[in-house]
Structures are given as structure tokens and as C-alpha cells.
Design a protein around this ligand. Structure first.
Ligand code: NAD
Length: 413
């Protein structure tokens, strides 16, 4: 499979949206490049005293609708084009669920698995120092992403507070709860995706309980979705992780699988058939939830997928060619920018909570998340019907339209 530059894909999609929405050349140009890029090197002193320089980015794509928002990844492959594409996707995602935030993304190009905990802490602190005044509660609010977590966010907050000499918990989200983090952030992505699924199950006329669901990935997004959906009366007929898949027609016991995974690190159920990830993607089910990696549903396996609904909890799991095949086969693909936006939505609640100086209850988080995800699903469904386009195209058009509308109101274009 040819490797597609993610930022080139974004620009191609933008060109189509610009034609459909009648954007001016200036408007198109403003959405083709980030507003700001911090592209620098940080110095890391290793535990053995040697010094390394690590490439470090923060891409601030667009802030017409609110402060920049997006995660920080520690990854070898975090190059500038990838980070730019992810920053643009964040701006679209926040606009699709209509939260008042823009889009950003950051990265440090290194493999954290090769570094000690103390070294990773020094990288986190150096990242914040390298950002200078570019981030802050009213400017740009980072969050965890690939190989960063709540502890790293806590360290970054600490460094920010030391640098600026003030307490500002709203400058970062995904923090530990003791430092102003919000309850329910760890289940937010999956829970938000389940609210979206509930909406589309009704809209498409499927039964509300007893759906047969297959899930690729048993990490934060996949395992939490499996637990919520089985609790809601659906049957998880297949699940997988990086080591392979388990298929069981009458429904797996998710609580038992979670216990076993926590104990041995393995996906194990003696009643289930052991299968490959490819078999999982093609298994007989009503709903398929890719919740692991990008580019999993391709021109090769799309003709054999049996699900009627694909709920994209992962970012970018479907290739453009597979999208065309699903359209021809009348399979509904609910796109990532809507499905997994529960994470950034609850991050927005965390930012609100910190600014209010309050602590939100779990019930309040759940209620508000449900309201936002259900409303966004309804708006998107209507738009896709009106324009007679797939949900993914409708989402991109909706996101761009809302961002451009904010830029026009500000007379920024
Ligand atoms: P995670 O690291 O917690 O879990 C990833 C899971 O995928 C693991 O179970 C891993 O074993 C499995 N996996 C890895 N390689 C695989 C393979 N080849 N085949 C099948 N399974 C494989 O990650 P996560 O946070 O659950 O994120 C999963 C996806 O959801 C990613 O695309 C991520 O960008 C997206 N997402 C997550 C969040 C969030 O809040 N967690 C928010 C938005 C989007």
C-alpha cells in the first residue's frame, strides 16, 4: 500500500470542500497552512551525561473558534507533515461537535521506550520551556496523545507554573484529578462513540439492543467501548489486540477478558475461536468498531466486510478507496472526527471546570457529553441527507463551514 502524506490528503479534501462551499482563494489559503508553527530542538541530558537534541513541534492550525487545542505525542515518526495534518483534524473535530476551541498538535520526535522515566520527565519539562509564551489557558491547551499520559501532563503543568509564576491548571488537560483533571476523561472517547452509535442505530432503524459488535483493539478506546456496549445489552462477537483476535458468536464476557488482560496481559477465553485481525474485520456482525490503528480497512478487505455500520473510534482507520467501496455497498461509515470527539469534548469540560474553579460530577460530565454528541450526530445526519453525501464528507464540510464562518465574522479573511 502506497504511503500517503497525511497533509497532502488534507489539502486535497480541502480543495473539494472549497469548491462545494464556494470559498474565496484567501479563505482556502488561510485553511491550507497553520497560523503558527513552533519548530525547534530541545536539549536532553541523558542519565549517562551525554546530551541529545530532539526535534520538537507545536503546530497551531486555526483559532478562529477558540484557543488552540490538541495533544502532544512522543513518537519517532512525529514529523512536521503528520503533526500539521493532525492539527488540522483537531480544528475540524472541535468544529463538528461545536465546542469553542481551535486545532493544534505537538510532538517530540523520539522513541520514549528507549528512555528512562527521569529522561522522559526532562523531555516533558523542556517541551514546555521551548514553547515559551505560545501556550496557556487562553492561547493553546495541550493534552495527552500517543505515548504521553496524565502524569506527563501533570509534570508539564508544574513546569509551566514554575516558568510563569502563577497557578493556571486550565493551560493543559488530561491531568491527574488531584491537579484539576476531570472525572471520566479516561472513558470519554468510548462513551462519546457509544452515544453517537445510539443515535445512528435509531436513525437507521436498527434494533436498540442485541446488536452484534466486533471491535479491533482492546486498549483505552476499544476495551472501554466493549464494556459499555456489553453493559447496554449488545453482544461483542469479536475483539482483538496486537497479538490476534477472539471470535465468539454468542458474545464474549468482557469483564472476564478485562480481568485476564490485566492479570496476564493476554486476550484469553477458552470458549472463543482464536483468529487473526483480518478475520475479525471481516467477521459477521452488525457493527464493526476499528479502535486500534489507521489504514485498517482497505481496498483489499472492504469488499468482504459484513458489518452494516462502521464506527470509527480510531483515527483514520479507513482508506479513501475503502470508503468508496463501503459507499457502493451501502455500509454506513460514521467518521472519526465525530465518533472519537468525546475525548476532546471532555477535555473542554476539564478546561471549563478549571476556569470555574469547580469540580464537575461524573453525572454532569456524562449528561453534557451525551447532549453534545447526540446533537452533533443529528446535525451531521441531516447535513449528509440534505447534500446527499457520505457522513465523512458532510463532517468535513460542516467543520470547514463553521471555521470559515468564524473567520468571516472576525473579518479575518
Ligand atoms: P491504546 O494504546 O490504549 O490501545 C490500542 C489497542 O490497539 C491495543 O489493544 C493494541 O494491542 C491494539 N493494537 C495495536 N496494534 C494492533 C493491530 N495490528 N491489530 C489489532 N489491534 C492492535 O490506544 P487508544 O487510546 O485506545 O487509541 C486507539 C485509537 O483510538 C487510536 O487511533 C487513537 O488515535 C484513537 N483515539 C483515542 C482517543 C483516546 O482518548 N484514547 C481519543 C481519540 C482517538
Amino acid at each position: 500500500m502506497a504511503v500517503v502524506n497525511p497533509f497532502t490528503s488534507y489539502i486535497e479534501r480541502l480543495a473539494r470542500a472549497a469548491r462545494a462551499l464556494g470559498l474565496s482563494e484567501v479563505e482556502k489559503k488561510r485553511l491550507s497552512e497553520p497560523n503558527n508553527i513552533v519548530d525547534t530542538q530541545i536539549e536532553l541530558t541523558r542519565d549517562n551525561g551525554t546530551v541529545e537534541r530532539l526535534r520538537t513541534y507545536r503546530v497551531q492550525f486555526n483559532n478562529a473558534r477558540g484557543p488552540y487545542k490538541g495533544g502532544i505525542r512522543f513518537h519517532k515518526a512525529a514529523d512536521l507533515d503528520e503533526v500539521k495534518a493532525l492539527a488540522a483534524a483537531m480544528a475540524i473535530k472541535c468544529a463538528v461537535v461545536d465546542i469553542p476551541m481551535g486545532g493544534a498538535k505537538g510532538g517530540v520526535q523520539f522513541d520514549p521506550k528507549q528512555y528512562s522515566e527521569a529522561e522522559i520527565e526532562r523531555v516533558a519539562r523542556a517541551f514546555i520551556r521551548a514553547m515559551g509564551d505560545a501556550i496557556g489557558a487562553d492561547k493553546d491547551i495541550p493534552a495527552p496523545d500517543v505515548y504521553t499520559n496524565s502524569n506527563i501532563m501533570g509534570i508539564m503543568l508544574d513546569e509551566f507554573q514554575k516558568m510563569h509564576g502563577r497557578n493556571e491548571p486550565a493551560m493543559i488537560t488530561g491531568k491527574p484529578q488531584g491537579l484539576g483533571g476531570i472525572v471520566g476523561r479516561d472513558t470519554a472517547t468510548a462513551q462519546g462513540g457509544v452515544y453517537v452509535l445510539d443515535y445512528f442505530v435509531s436513525a437507521l432503524g436498527f434494533k436498540k439492543k442485541g446488536l452484534r459488535v466486533a471491535i479491533q483493539g482492546f486498549g483505552n478506546a476499544g476495551a472501554t467501548a466493549a464494556k459499555i456496549l456489553s453493559g447496554d445489552g449488545h453482544s461483542i462477537v469479536g475483539i482483538s489486540d496486537s497479538s490476534g483476535a477472539l471470535l465468539f458468536e454468542t458474545g464474549l464476557d468482557i469483564d472476564k477478558l478485562l480481568l485476564e488482560k490485566n492479570k496476564s496481559g493476554e486476550l484469553k477465553d477458552t470458549r472463543a475461536r482464536i483468529a487473526t485481525n483480518q478475520e475479525l474485520l471481516e467477521t459477521d456482525c452488525d457493527v464493526l468498531i476499528p479502535a486500534a490503528l489507521d489504514n485498517q480497512l482497505t481496498v483489499e478487505n472492504a469488499p468482504r466486510v459484513k458489518a452494516k455500520i462502521i464506527l470509527e473510534l480510531a483515527n483514520g482507520p479507513t482508506t479513501p478507496e475503502a470508503d468508496v467501496i463501503f459507499g457502493q455497498r451501502d455500509i454506513t461509515v460514521i467518521p472519526d472526527v465525530l465518533t472519537n470527539a468525546g475525548g476532546v469534548t471532555v477535555s473542554y469540560f476539564e478546561w471549563l471546570q478549571n476556569r470555574e474553579g469547580s469540580i464537575w460530577s461524573e453525572e454532569k460530565v456524562r449528561e453534557q457529553l451525551k447532549e453534545i454528541m447526540t446533537k452533533a450526530s443529528g446535525v451531521l445526519w441531516k447535513k449528509s441527507k440534505e447534500l446527499n453525501v457520505p457522513l465523512r464528507d458532510a463532517a468535513f464540510l460542516l467543520g470547514v463551514e463553521r471555521i470559515v464562518s468564524a473567520m468571516r465574522t472576525r473579518r479575518a479573511v
